[in-house]
Structure formats: structure tokens, C-alpha cells
Design a protein around this ligand. Structure first.
Ligand code: PLP
Length: 394
């Protein structure tokens, strides 16, 4: 039923699985036949505090019973409080603009970089350097910022100018010229294969760019909001970027994105805006999400969960060296490199049959992004099911 309606009325831009989820409790989902699934995807790192989170639901209900939305022409109390909280948590001296998605947050970051390049140098700078295997979004500009050839199809040409790609941080230095405004990176490349960058290399680059007043933009749409164990992966890498973008985990499932910048006065009245960005609904949800995650972090529960998850993952890796070539990732952003893409597809499908949801990243990485509040029991059960699936793959 759902499949037929979907295929008739929804643009077919996804290869969907037609399971019909009806209910969720933390990292466990139930479909219409009451089959349960352990969720190691969290809606791609979005459902940071689990499905059906009562505290977030209550906070949202209370807010939307009064005001869901007004507009950014009027003060929005939860938006101001959320900005203050993000600034405190990030330990950065910043101001924040709220958007509705990761791509939009990156658009905002690129606009700041462009205006910065226009106004802060004698000769105009507009170029943004990114890495191959990166992912920055699906708008025309962020597709072009994404360093994957396959995404730059002729169908959507012409793309905005000024983007170039480098294979590694070491190559970035040579690519910088007197028109370079910014370098944009993910600290753990998510879609590109759960690949963490080297900490020392990142710190050296950050210092190099700072000396030359070139902006460092860190796309933390996936790595942010405690995904790597710290509030920002930038905190873990001990760097202070000029711009950080957030989205996925911030609203616990309610769409929200954010651009954090230490350059507080580059964008001024009229330079940027959004109808929905930072409204009462999304910022109220995010405030509650951050309260929950702050408690989870401060109680030591998050660090325990990360260690337990990592141990279980290593056990699986050791047991199935016939299928896997490498363990990758940080925190609760983890992956296993699979020997080939075809095997990976088999694993994802068989895992689904066994009742555990897992993701693909890049060409051949099995990617795991559980809710940050996943319980020990859910982790154990999920890996048990994953092992059942793996033992069926040749
Ligand atoms: C998911 C993602 C985006 C795009 O976010 P959307 O909300 O889908 O627009 C951008 N950058 C990174 C690193 C991502 O993981």
C-alpha cells in the first residue's frame, strides 16, 4: 500500500526500503507487524536522544501549544537561549545563525567566507578549497563544494565557480593562492567513508590558515552534537575554526541547522535570512536535546556507551576478517571497511532481515551511527543480530 502510493506520488530520488515503522523507543523501532529493529542509524545521526524521547516530546508539545512559529522579525526567546548554550558548550567566542538543514548551514558558511574575502583583503578572495570524498550537501552550491566527481553531473550545470578539491590536507597548502578565502573540511568524513583526519595535520593547517587570515570552515553537520564524544569534533581536535556548521543531531529529529562564527560582524542586516530558521519549534526541541546530552555527557554515560560500542564493534571485526579490512571512525560515528561494495549491500540487507539497521558510507564502508542514548542492552542485541547476519554472508 505505502509502496504503491509512494511510487505514484513521491519523486523517486531514493532507493527506499518499504518497511513501515510505527513506533520507536530509544534505539528500538517497531514496524506495522510489530517486528522490532535495533537502530544503528539514528536517521543518519539525527535522532541523537533516541526515538520517542519523552522529554523532547513534552518540551515541543508545551511550546507548540502556545507558539510554533512567528518570524525572525520578532525576538525568539528559545533561539536566543539556544545560541547562548551552543556558544557555551562549544567553548568558542561566536555568534550563530540558524537555518533548517546542513546544506543550508553550509550555504551560510560559504556566504560568510565570500563576504569576508570581498571585504577583508585588498584583492578580492572568493575561492573555497574542500577535500575529495567530502560531503557538504545537495543544493547547487554545496553539491559543487562536495569533492565527489559523481555528484557534479552535467544535468545541473552551470555550478557556481570557486571550488576546488584536494585529496589530503597535505595537498591543500599547494592549492592555496591569493584568491583563497576559506578551506572547508569535515574532521571525520561521514558520507566519504567515516574517515577521521589526522589531528596533528588538522592543527597544523588551522595554524597555517590563521596566520594568513584564511578562514577554516569545519562542517560538523554529522560530527557535531557529541557524535565523536565531545560537543564538537573541533573540541576533540583542539582547534578553534573560524566557522562551524551544525545540523543533524541538534534538533533530535526536528529540522534545524546552525552556522557558528567567530567573525561576528561580517554578515549584517539584510545579508542573510530564513523564514523558518531558528523558530520556536526547532529551537525549543534543540534546547531540550542539548540539556539531555549535557547530562548524558557529564554523568559519564556517553563515554561508557562509546567504549562499550567500540568494544563490541572490535569483537565483530575480529570475528569476521573474511569480510572486513579495517575499523574506522570515532565516538559513536563508526565504520567497518568491507572487502567490496557488493558484500556491503548483502550485509545491509541481511542485517535488516535479522532486525538491525545499518548504513553505507562511500563505496564500501559499513557505517554505524546509533542514538547517543542507546542502552547497553540495545548495543548487545544489535551486535548479536549483526553477527547473525554476517555469519550468513560468504
Ligand atoms: C548530512 C550532511 C550534510 C547535509 O545536510 P542536510 O541536512 O541533508 O542538508 C552536510 N554536510 C555533512 C558533513 C553531512 O553529513
Amino acid at each position: 500500500m505505502i509502496e504503491q502510493i509512494d511510487k505514484e506520488y513521491v519523486l523517486q530520488t531514493y532507493a527506499r526500503n518499504y518497511v513501515n515503522f510505527k513506533k520507536g523507543i530509544n534505539a528500538t523501532l517497531f514496524d506495522e507487524n510489530e517486528k522490532d529493529y535495533i537502530d544503528f542509524t539514528a536517521g543518519i545521526a539525527v535522532v541523537s536522544v533516541g526515538h520517542g524521547n519523552k522529554r523532547v516530546a513534552d518540551a515541543i508539545y508545551k511550546q507548540v501549544s502556545n507558539i510554533t512559529h512567528m518570524s525572525n522579525l520578532y525576538a525568539i526567546e528559545p533561539q536566543a537561549l539556544l545560541a547562548k548554550k551552543i556558544a557555551q558548550f562549544s567553548n568558542m567566542d561566536i555568534k550563530i545563525f540558524f537555518s533548517n538543514s546542513g546544506a543550508e548551514a553550509n550555504e551560510g558558511a560559504i556566504k560568510i567566507a565570500r563576504k569576508y574575502g570581498q571585504t577583508q583583503f585588498e584583492k578580492k578572495r572568493y575561492k573555497v578549497i574542500t577535500l575529495t570524498h567530502s560531503f557538504h550537501g545537495r543544493t547547487i552550491t554545496t553539491v559543487k563544494a562536495t569533492g565527489q566527481k559523481a555528484m557534479h553531473t552535467q544535468n545541473f550545470e552551470p555550478y557556481p565557480e570557486g571550488f576546488s578539491y584536494n585529496h589530503s590536507i597535505k595537498d591543500v597548502y599547494d592549492a592555496i593562492d591569493d584568491e583563497t578565502a576559506a578551506v572547508m573540511i569535515e574532521l571525520v568524513q561521514g558520507e566519504g567513508g567515516v574517515q577521521p583526519l589526522d589531528k596533528k595535520e588538522v592543527q597544523d593547517l588551522a595554524n597555517y590558515l590563521k596566520e594568513r587570515k584564511i578562514l577554516l570552515i569545519v562542517d560538523e553537520v554529522q560530527t557535531g552534537i557529541y557524535r565523536t564524544g565531545e560537543f564538537l569534533a573541533s573540541n576533540l581536535y583542539e582547534i578553534t575554526p573560524d566557522i562551524v556548521t551544525l545540523a543533524k543531531g541538534l534538533g533530535g529529529g526536528v529540522p534545524i541547522g546552525a552556522v557558528l562564527t567567530t567573525h561576528k560582524d561580517i554578515l549584517t542586516y539584510g545579508d542573510h535570512g530564513s523564514t523558518f530558521g531558528g523558530n520556536f519549534l526547532s529551537t525549543t526541541a534543540a534546547l531540550e536535546v542539548l540539556d539531555i546530552l549535557e547530562e548524558t555527557k557529564n554523568s559519564g554515560a556517553l563515554d561508557e556507551t562509546i567504549i562499550h560500542f567500540q568494544n563490541k564493534l572490535s569483537e565483530v571485526y575480529e570475528k569476521f576478517t573474511n569480510l572486513f579490512t579495517k575499523e574506522v571512525g570515532l565516538g559513536l560515528m563508526r565504520g567497518l571497511r568491507v572487502k567490496d561494495g557488493e558484500t556491503l549491500t548483502q550485509i545491509i540487507n541481511e542485517a535488516f532481515t535479522q532486525g538491525v539497521l545499518v548504513l553505507k558510507a562511500g563505496k564500501h564502508t559499513l557505517r554505524l551511527l546509533p542514538p547517543l542514548t542507546i542502552s547497553k542492552e540495545e548495543i548487545n542485541e544489535g551486535f548479536k543480530r549483526l553477527e547473525n547476519a554476517l555469519s550468513k554472508i560468504k
